[in-house]
Design a protein around this ligand. Structure first.
Ligand code: PEP
Ligand code: MG
Length: 320
């Protein structure tokens, strides 16, 4: 824990960002104690749960501001409301869907409900005037969605300007890569954003067509699958060729078995449950670029998820 407070640098001096995933304000202090260098994923939907109506813009400003204040200059990535799928909110209109995970979820839902979406964008923009806040959209599957979302940001900026309320007119924007379509058009999407964050939980679910909540599906829901690993490689290549940075914020980011591979694939930042941070930072410090590149090359040549998991597990155990 003590050394987790320092930056995570590989043996050959490559700095890897290590951030925390948080759900509530109360998660900030424990994340900092574990050595988080910021928040790479604030799951804002938790703020919308357990209440009778959506939080107002003012309430969101207050919470974003307090989180950012406690982060004391470290970055805060606000993921916009990710409802639908398995997350329903009683006060929000939601149609019965045959396949909720393939339905009006995440950014899709927000674009259909700008009255709900806009106050959240405005809140992030406002707090962005005081602290390093970034916006991130979940469940992006088409370029049009991103264009519409950017237009709403512009609209919100225009309103704030007119109202004389300070805001960040150059807020960093990113998207989560959680859907195979986003992987395949990552080179198009990345032109419109500053960063990509790979949500390996949903990305695995959608690539493998395997419900992440269905325990009977076993290894199909695990990211050790070759198509998931290839997807990460493609996303990193697309991002880096357009000068954007890439984070992984799914559970895999906090799994030390995956650290060498993710670094070898070129990922710039890992964002995870706070409890995983000290161990992952420790792993990063034991690795160097030659080694991680070799691991990635080895894994990319393997065809069996079981063999990949066993290989990475073995490597991990050797480093213990
Ligand atoms: C993911 O899908 O990997 C992710 C980080 O988002 P969530 O787990 O909140 O769906
Ligand atoms: Mg997700």
């Amino acid at each position: 824990r003590q050394i987790a407070q320092r930056a995570a640098m590989t043996r050959d001096g490559q700095r890897i960002g290590v951030a925390a995933n948080i759900n509530t304000l109360a998660d900030v202090a424990p994340a900092l104690l574990q050595g988080a260098e910021g928040v790479g994923l604030f799951r804002t939907e938790y703020f919308y749960m357990g209440r009778a109506e959506p939080p107002s813009e003012a309430e969101q400003v207050a919470v974003f501001r307090e989180i950012a204040r406690r982060l004391d200059g470290r970055p805060l990535v606000v993921r916009t409301l990710d409802v639908g799928g398995d997350k329903a909110l009683p006060y929000l209109p939601m149609q019965e869907e045959n396949n909720p995970f393939l339905g009006l979820r995440g950014l899709r839902y927000c674009l259909e409900h700008p009255g709900l979406f806009k106050p959240q964008l405005r809140a992030a923009l406002r707090v962005g005037a005081e602290y390093p806040v970034k916006l991130m959209f979940p469940m992006v599957s088409a370029l049009d969605e991103l264009i519409l979302a950017q237009a709403l940001i512009d609209e919100a900026c225009g309103e704030l300007q007119t109202e004389g309320i300070p805001f960040d007119d150059d807020i960093q924007v990113g998207i989560m890569v959680e859907v195979p379509a986003a992987v395949l058009i990552a080179d198009h999407l990345v032109r419109l954003v500053d960063f990509l964050s790979i949500g390996t939980n949903d990305l695995t679910q959608y690539i493998m067509a395997a419900d992440r909540t269905n325990a009977a599906l076993g290894s199909l829901t695990q990211p050790f699958q070759p198509p998931v690993i290839r997807a990460i490689q493609q996303v990193v290549a697309a991002a880096h060729s357009h000068g954007a940075w890439v984070s992984v914020c799914g559970e895999w980011a906090g799994d030390t078995r995956a650290t060498a591979l993710l670094l070898g694939l070129g990922v710039d930042e890992l964002s995870m449950a706070a409890s995983a941070i000290p161990q992952v930072k420790r792993r990063i410090r034991l690795l160097d670029r030659g080694q991680t590149a070799a691991v990635a090359q080895e894994v990319l040549a393997m065809d069996s998820p079981t063999a990949i998991e066993a290989y990475l597990q073995h490597l991990d155990a050797q480093m213990e």
